[in-house]
Unconditional design. Structure first.
Length: 134
């Protein structure tokens, strides 16, 4: 029996997900994560997203991609170079907290997966700090 390594999928290759429950209502988290400041944190400086499937974007660092899905107050899915990145929100039952998730798939290797795990944890820390300042 072959054991599949953690993070390796049949369809999406190597992937990583990072999530955290933040002490803010979903509307506040969404407003930030979909703002130019929030998009710069998770997607890259200079990226401007138009909420329409197929719309291209480019960061000031030269990474290009396109919008694959955009559901207001729920999730944004984009290609990012050769990978796909999704940011999604799940409101807590009490309405006062929100789980924020970053997910990236089509990574090249286990090493890239670990590098991206550290990246998304840093991004999550930056988002949490920015939200706490508001």
């Amino acid at each position: 029996m072959t054991v599949t390594p953690t993070g390796l999928t049949k369809d999406a290759g190597w992937q990583i997900g990072v999530s955290r429950t933040l002490p803010h209502p979903a509307a506040i988290v969404w407003d930030f994560i979909s703002s130019s400041e929030g998009i710069a944190l998770w997607l890259g400086p200079g990226a401007v997203l138009t909420p329409e499937h197929g719309t291209p974007y480019r960061t000031t660092e030269g990474v290009a991609g396109e919008v694959r899905g955009y559901r207001p107050a729920d999730r944004i899915r984009v290609t990012h170079g050769t990978t796909t990145v999704q940011v999604a929100l799940t409101p807590a039952a009490d309405g006062a907290r929100t789980m924020l998730r970053f997910h990236q798939e089509h990574l090249a290797s286990a090493e890239e997966r670990e590098w991206q795990r550290a990246h998304w944890q840093r991004v999550m820390d930056q988002v949490a700090t920015a939200l706490d300042r508001q």
